[in-house]
Design a protein. Structure first.
Length: 163
């Protein structure tokens, strides 16, 4: 994925300000794969949306463009969280209340980040990308892996619920 200045809404008729260095993209890793096609597709889509945000940052976009991208990531993330929670409820995941709370914290954190961007309270746009990337990786690797382990153990024991 590379930022295309010709297609950027931020480069039309304005002089870009110097950017110290391009923000690196979030690269898909098999470590993010949970083993459920719907969840894996959601994770891949979230990663792609985060990379579109990085495109906007690397294109020197500001304000409304970044806010729109963050709001879209929040929308995609919330839909993913509801889908994931429904799956975990169906599988009787015992830590679902904690996992649900983690989702609410991520969503609240994203709303707070959007508010900070709207208030021009972030000097370095790379901080926005770094924050969102860290949330994604820490949640998938830290939190989601716990339920992946639970699902794998249930499958090995033959306790998978009937379709």
């Amino acid at each position: 994925m590379s930022a295309d200045p010709a297609r950027s809404p931020c480069r039309q008729g304005e002089q870009p300000s110097p950017v110290p260095a391009p923000v690196p993209y979030l690269v898909w890793s098999e470590a993010y794969r949970m083993g459920d096609a719907r969840i894996d597709e959601d994770h891949e889509r979230l990663l792609a949306e985060i990379n579109l945000l990085i495109d906007a940052i690397n294109d020197d976009c500001k304000g409304a463009v970044l806010i729109g991208s963050l709001e879209h990531i929040l929308e995609v993330g919330c839909a993913h969280h509801r889908r994931e929670e429904a799956l975990l409820e169906e599988m009787a995941y015992p830590a679902l209340p904690d996992h649900r709370e983690e989702h609410r914290c991520l969503e609240d954190g994203m709303r707070a980040l959007i508010a900070r961007v709207a208030a021009h309270a972030i000097d370095d746009p790379a901080e926005i990308a770094t924050t969102v990337k860290e949330w994604f990786v820490e949640h998938v690797i830290g939190q989601d892996m716990r339920y992946k382990t639970y699902i794998e153990e249930r499958d090995q024991e033959g306790n998978r619920p009937c379709p």
